[in-house]
Design a protein around this ligand. Structure first.
Ligand code: SAM
Ligand code: DTB
Ligand code: SF4
Length: 436
């Protein structure tokens, strides 16, 4: 279902692909899509153009209805209240709505396999309370500092990952940023990026804080994505890390975006945060100038010797709720079920995939902790009828780009109407068969 936006618009997979509805301009559609409850729908109806207003005013399930069927907009203007409303919806309604969004924007059978490699472990200057790699706690955690790996074993690991079905290779370093180690080591990483990209793999790095020049060099080397997590809410962040602040993280994300590299940014559940912190992080993520291309959802892996060793990790339903909300709020992004998968059963993971997760890390290790057995993952894919997501699948990841497409489509329609060349209007607002 490619639309005028040339690949930016949602592609509909399977039966949840509803009819395109006739409606007003981009503004009306944006208002209609914001209507997450009958009350909000009624409010939207007051200001929307007539057709969109009618759609917005009609809840999916009568008075108690949740307007899950109006979800094809990629929006970057979510209010905190709207995010909270999505997050706190009854779980099965939330998941149902998320599953619909998932099918509209992604092939739900595809789950991307990614492989992580810690190319420089331990000895980190920072003091993130969840992390095994901070130099300050090396005695307690027993994680020793190692130098940056040489090129050859890294390339071998990337080839092995590709042979095992991974389509993204992600390299992590335990340091504050490349500044800390100087240009020679950074150059080695650039070479790794270039060569791994040459293998036809997506390449991701997570190297801490970047300046604009480093981001540009990574881009020129062919980097696909840069992982830099916000981890939790701005409010809770101070309790997690004292050596940097939220704005430092946001500044690096801006440089990555400006360099034209896809942003991979998400968080960890289980850092002692409240539900309001989870809502706040989701709100920050979905109101970035563009949605992150990837949103990792990590469950804390409590590491002995860290201040969070006794934290209780989130349960499956908390993970599912978070994934489903992220899927609805950032429909085009790849939601990555990341750390903490080791303790999830196949049924738990199936629920996460149903709620919209479409990537996992495969391979025996994450960075410093154990990961699921690869053969078990393979069996899980077979049982659930999943297939690996290929590299470089295009998707509608950018709220900004979609908004621009909608604006120009709307202007074009305006011009046509003015010239009395009325053609059937195309709208990207999705109505389910049930609502007709
Ligand atoms: N040093 C870089 C940084 O902090 O951006 C990159 C490496 S860091 C280990 C990558 C991410 O892994 C962190 O941002 C965090 O979200 C996640 N992470 C680290 N330790 C974790 C743990 N014990 N449990 C869950 N996630 C963890
Ligand atoms: C992300 O969000 N999770 C991955 C990846 N990005 C780099 C890292 C998980 C690390 C889990 C703890 C460890 O193995 O040290
Ligand atoms: Fe260092 Fe990254 Fe670990 Fe923080 S999360 S201590 S920055 S390796």
């Amino acid at each position: 279902m490619a639309g005028a936006a040339g690949g930016l618009l949602p592609r509909a997979f399977g039966r949840a692909a509803g009819a395109l509805c006739a409606g007003g301009g981009a503004g009306a559609r944006a208002r209609a899509s914001a209507a997450a409850t009958p009350a909000a729908a009624a409010a939207a109806a007051k200001t929307a153009a007539p057709a969109a207003a009618a759609a917005a005013a009609q809840p999916a399930w009568g008075e108690a209805g949740l307007a899950w069927s109006v979800d094809t907009q990629v929006r970057v203007d979510w209010s905190l209240e709207e995010v909270a409303e999505v997050f706190h919806s009854p779980l099965l309604e939330l998941v149902h709505r998320a599953a619909n969004v998932h099918r509209t924007f992604h092939d739900p059978r595809q789950v991307q396999k990614c492989t992580l490699l810690s190319i420089k472990t331990g000895g980190c200057q920072e003091d993130c309370g969840y992390c095994s790699q901070s130099a300050r706690r090396s005695k307690e955690t027993g994680v020793k500092a190692t130098p940056l790996m040489q090129e050859e074993p890294v390339l071998e690991a990337a080839l092995a990952a590709k042979a095992a079905g991974s389509t993204r290779f992600c390299m992590g370093t335990a340091w504050r940023g490349p500044e800390q180690v100087g240009p020679r080591q950074f150059k080695r990483i650039l070479t790794m990026v270039e060569k791994i990209r040459g293998m036809g793999l997506e390449v991701c790095t997570t190297l801490g804080m970047l300046n604009a020049d480093q981001a540009k060099q990574l881009r020129e080397a062919g980097l696909t994505a840069y992982n830099h997590n916000l981890d939790t809410s701005r409010e809770h962040y101070k309790k997690v890390t004292s050596t940097r602040n939220y704005d430092d993280r946001l500044a690096t994300l801006e440089k990555v975006r400006d360099a034209g590299i896809s942003v991979c940014c998400g968080g960890i559940l289980g850092l002692g945060e409240k539900e309001a912190d989870r809502v706040s992080l989701l709100h920050t993520l979905c109101t970035q100038p563009e949605h992150p291309e990837s949103v990792p959802v990590n469950a804390l892996v409590p590491v002995k010797g860290t201040p969070m060793e006794n934290n209780t990790p989130p349960d499956t339903l908390e993970m599912v709720r978070y994934i489903a909300a992220a899927r609805i709020l950032m429909p085009g992004s790849v939601i990555r079920l990341s750390a903490g998968r080791l303790h999830l059963s196949v049924a738990d993971q199936a629920f996460c995939f149903y709620a919209g997760a479409n990537s996992i890390f495969t391979g025996e290790r994450l960075l410093t902790t154990a990961n699921n057995d690869e053969c078990e993952d393979e069996k899980m894919f077979q049982k659930l009828g999943l297939e690996g997501r290929p590299a470089f699948v295009p998707y509608a990841n950018s709220g900004r780009a979609v908004a621009e497409e909608l604006r120009s489509a709307s202007e074009e329609q305006g011009r046509r109407s003015a010239q009395n060349q009325e053609e059937p209007r195309q709208s990207y607002c999705h109505t389910s068969a049930r609502r007709k």
